[in-house]
Write a protein that binds this ligand. Sequence first.
Ligand code: FE2
Length: 276
Amino acid sequence: MKNRLQQFQSDGFLILEGFNTSTECDELIRQARELSGSYNFECHPSVFQTTDQAKTTDDYFLNSGDRISFFFEKDAFDNSGKLKNDLFHSLNKIGHALHDLDPVFNSFSRSPQMKKLVAELGLSNSLIIQSMYILKHAKIGGVVDVHQDSSFLYTEPESCIGFWFALEDTTKENGCMWAMPGGHRTALRSWFRIKEEGGTELFILDNEPISMEGMIPLEVKKGTCIVLNGLLPHYSLPNTSSKSRQAYAIHTINRHAHYPTTNWLQRNIEELRGFE
Ligand code: FE2
């Protein structure tokens, strides 16, 4: 029988059921609601939709690396620019420094079980570079197109690892994650970066289309942690059900890898912390 490290190395992902308690999940859900309640969106409306990265080039997005920023669903506003739903139910995600700025998110991200897990996976040299709270509301949450996380957190050599936490049960109906076991044994296809003339681009590194064959639904219970190799292609479908699918994710890079200044997400690397 494979241990957790061997399983992760062979599949490119690792599913850890019962990683967080129900109470820990509920505390995070409560805190996300609290944070969104304090957001004055009229100053900075921003849409986050991965199907059209080129449009998400506004300063609010690019400056969110060391802040707690709020991103709307693509269809959140009506033609007159008014929100169709209440603010909380219009949000797609919150990011990208929750783990450093909010005490509840900090505790969840640097929990005793996380410290143990990163040691076990040989990731003690990791820095937590970003965090995201993903809403995926019932009947509202949109698609996340197939992608590799390393495209958005590019390092030389490649070192991005994701930790994705199900705060509610995930099913095919409410838009669970899909991936292919072993799918990480492939090249990085693209690099989302800042162009010389300003704005962002998805720079193509390899034209080979990502194979969708063998993708399986990762339907997991509340409290499950899924560890993801940065090269593993994964995606999720829209939430067409009446149940929300809230999740939290953090991403790490190796502290000795080179983090280009042209990456879309800018943090002061010297100030980044690991799991300590
Ligand atoms: Fe991802």
